[in-house]
Design a protein around this ligand. Structure first.
Ligand SMILES: C[S@@+](CC[C@H](N)C(=O)[O-])C[C@H]1O[C@@H](n2cnc3c(N)ncnc32)[C@H](O)[C@@H]1O
Length: 305
């Protein structure tokens, strides 16, 4: 049953979300984030926003949308986006990506970096930082002196709240139990009074976190040698996905690598620009790179990081 065919009032809810208001929210989410909101997401939208409406003592979703539409509502819009995004992640998620990174992608990049080259890796849609820190740990295991090279990991996300968690780099000790002992002991501090462990300074030092919306112009400096964008595009409509993939092809250095989520697919027009090097792992064909200037991305890659 779609929300439109639901009875007008759902007595289990103290605040009602009308079909029209849900559509207004879906349009706002799509225009702000690229995230597609089909009718089936109505219960999720309700569950994620109702708490905020209560905090603000608002009596209807319509009032909340009106509030979000005010020019001065920037902070509230950031909180709205944070409520809507799904931030599920974990260290070394899809371990095969990190094996490929360590085995075949990084060694030639280290050789270039030792000759003075600039090496950039990007975790796009980094959530609370586990992906970016997993990349940095993979780097440091192979190259303990990586800090002496011009090698950096950029980690970006639209959700400013989750980026604070990422920057803090403190993780529940229980969530680290999945890691091999040597990684846990070498790259994390001792468990603190709150049961958390801080990522080691040498790991934190390789990563810079920035707020960035993938469906708006990209204020980052390419070219990138490696891009991880996993389990992010899955939430976008097909057109937006394709523009993101095209943007990455434009932002990668010749022969650069792109890792995507296991449920994601490169759309056909972009797909031929890459060769497959592993499961959901691709290498940009040399002739396809525009040297990091971006082709038809969301504004190219031009700013600083
Ligand atoms: C499910 S998490 C994936 C985290 C990590 N990449 C992984 O695979 O474990 C998706 C992340 O994408 C972010 N995101 C969603 N829409 C975005 C957008 N338009 N621009 C940048 N990040 C976005 C969300 O805030 C969320 O943190």
């Amino acid at each position: 049953m779609t929300p439109r065919s639901l009875p007008l009032r759902d007595e289990s809810r103290d605040l009602q979300l009308s079909a029209a208001d849900f559509q207004r929210i879906a349009r706002l989410v799509h225009s702000e984030t690229g995230i597609a909101m089909p009718d089936a997401k109505e219960p999720l939208v309700y569950a994620r926003l109702v708490k905020r409406l209560r905090q603000l003592s608002l009596r209807s979703f319509g009032d909340y949308i009106d509030l979000l539409s005010r020019p001065e509502a920037g902070e509230e819009r950031a909180m709205f986006i944070s409520s809507i995004t799904t931030n599920t992640t974990r260290f070394f998620r899809e371990q095969h990506h990190f094996e490929l990174l360590g085995r075949t992608v990084l060694p030639p990049l280290f050789a270039e970096a030792k000759r003075g080259a600039r090496i950039r890796l990007w975790s796009a849609g980094c959530s609370s930082g586990e992906e970016a820190y997993s990349i940095a740990i993979t780097v440091l295991r192979l190259c303990p002196k990586a800090a002496d090279l011009d090698l950096k990991v950029l980690a970006t996300d639209i959700d400013r709240e989750i980026l604070e968690t990422a920057r803090a780099g403190r993780f529940a000790a229980t969530s680290l139990s999945i890691l091999p002992d040597d990684i846990r002991e070498s790259f994390f501090g001792a468990t603190d009074a709150e049961g958390k462990r801080q990522v080691a300074p040498q790991v934190r030092g390789l990563v810079s976190f920035k707020s960035m919306n993938l469906v708006k112009p990209w204020p980052v400096t390419g070219p990138f040698d490696v891009i991880f964008c996993r389990n992010v595009a899955i939430y976008f409509d097909v057109d937006t996905q394709e523009r993101i993939w095209r943007g990455f092809a434009g932002a990668l250095a010749p022969g650069g690598h792109l890792f995507i989520g296991h449920s994601e697919r490169l759309s056909p027009p972009v797909r031929h620009q890459f060769e497959t090097v592993g499961m959901t792992s691709f290498r940009l064909r040399a002739a396809e790179s525009s040297g990091g200037q971006g082709k038809e991305s969301f504004g190219g890659t031009t700013g600083q990081h």
